[in-house]
Design a protein around this ligand. Structure first.
Ligand code: SF4
Length: 83
């Protein structure tokens, strides 16, 4: 029997296939402290995977950079509001 050697699709990360940030550069999403996150957020606003991305970041406690349109500070505030 042939063996399926393809990597299994991880549904938890499937949104990354359409991630707009994958087509730009990490500098947008991990800006230097104090610099603007506006461009990254604008891109997130047009990204298909925004909700899944945000949930992923909240679940995995991602501390740095913009995820799902929110900065680390905004995610922290959202989490506090949920808890
Ligand atoms: S929502 Fe933003 S950070 Fe998340 S995958 Fe889309 S572009 Fe990237």
């Amino acid at each position: 029997m042939p063996t399926n050697t393809a990597a299994p699709i991880d549904n938890a990360l499937s949104w990354q296939e359409n991630a707009l940030c994958a087509q730009t550069g990490p500098e947008f999403f991990f800006p230097d402290p104090g610099s603007s996150t506006r461009e990254a957020k604008r891109l997130c606003g047009a990204c298909e995977g925004r909700e899944a991305c945000l949930e992923y970041a909240l679940t995995h406690d991602e501390r740095f950079g913009v995820w799902g349109g929110l900065s680390e500070k905004e995610r922290y505030q959202l989490k506090r509001g949920r808890g």
